[in-house]
Design a protein around this ligand. Structure first.
Ligand SMILES: C[S@@+](CC[C@H](N)C(=O)[O-])C[C@H]1O[C@@H](n2cnc3c(N)ncnc32)[C@H](O)[C@@H]1O
Length: 297
């Protein structure tokens, strides 16, 4: 797989594994129907979450739809999930629109989320997942349509939503300027012709979900914390993950900060990465709740 974003999402898996809030996850287990749940994950990327939920014994049967706007990621998802399942001895059966992983039917749907919701497509689901996505879409615009996809009594699990703080250590004199501008770039980002997220998306979910009739029932932080071990090596492919994050920050900042300051800051961060000295922390939140209209628990 040569698509850099595919490698980024695969490398991000171990970072997310550590970050996901386990108390919220345990509360999710209580809300997943025991018999063949129907799950929709929006902005699903490569499908690492479906693999994780099978590994963590949250799911083993039913239907899991991966919806994403990026065709290449969905194509790579077939190969990635097939390799993952092969490594676990799980039978894989390719299907025209996805694949069967044991008793779990995985469907791949290529769609832009806003257009998908505007078109009123999709059958009701028992569980709606959005992982590392609600900070890159226009939540006020998509939330009502997303919640309408939930069957009565269904659950949403919105995880790793960025919330306003990016930290690199050791300190650099340009950090405040660089990271302030980075967060500002999130607030006026446009993708696929639509507003695409904000830097404080995580904290804003609480009131947005309450106002939509689906208040948060369980929540917790899911910060990414990435550092090298005592031997100076980063776990898994996390050095590559960090290099991709620095590239993303650099791209977002181009034209927003003085080029020489940006070049100096990025060069310092890349040297620290090569030396196993760079620490990266991103503050994020996980929230869990039920479809609007559910009786209080
Ligand atoms: C940060 S990635 C997270 C992917 C995956 N959930 C994960 O964490 O591995 C965001 C994903 O959302 C998808 N995405 C972003 N905007 C979208 C939109 N408007 N409609 C559908 N998918 C979108 C991207 O293609 C990308 O795969």
């Amino acid at each position: 797989m040569t698509y850099p974003y595919t490698r980024y999402l695969a490398a991000k898996r171990t970072v997310d594994d550590r970050a996901l809030n386990r108390r919220v996850l345990d509360d999710l287990r209580e809300l997943v129907p025991a018999h063949r749940p129907r799950v929709l994950e929006v902005g699903a990327g490569l499908g690492t979450m479906v693999a994780r939920l099978v590994e963590w014994r949250v799911l083993d049967a039913g239907e899991y739809t991966l919806l994403d706007v990026d065709r290449q990621l969905l194509q790579d998802s077939r190969a990635w999930l097939t390799a993952w399942a092969g490594g676990r001895g799980l039978p894989v059966d390719p299907q025209p629109d996805g694949l069967l992983l044991g008793d779990l039917r995985v469907r791949l749907v290529e769609a832009e989320l806003g257009a998908h919701l505007d078109a009123g497509r999709g059958d009701p689901v028992d569980v709606l997942v959005a992982h590392a996505v609600l900070d890159v879409v226009d939540v006020p615009a998509v939330l009502p349509g997303l919640l309408r996809l939930l069957a009565p009594g269904g659950a949403y699990w919105f995880t790793v939503t960025f919330d306003g703080d990016t930290i690199f250590a050791p300190d650099h004199p340009a950090d405040d300027d660089m990271l302030g501008a980075y967060h500002a770039s999130m607030d006026d980002r446009v993708r696929y012709g639509r507003p695409a997220g904000e830097s404080r998306a995580g904290r804003h979910l609480f009131h947005r979900l309450r106002d939509a009739g689906a208040p948060v029932l369980s929540s917790g932080s899911s910060d990414w914390v990435v550092h090298a071990g005592p031997d100076g090596r980063y776990p898994g492919d996390e050095a590559w993950f960090l290099d991709f994050v620095l590239g993303t920050v650099g791209t977002a900042l181009a034209g927003r900060v003085p080029p020489a300051t940006l070049a100096d800051w990025l060069a310092a961060r890349r040297r620290q990465l090569a030396d196993g000295d760079l620490v990266y922390i991103a503050h994020q939140l996980d929230v869990l709740g039920r479809a609007p209209g559910a009786a209080p628990v």
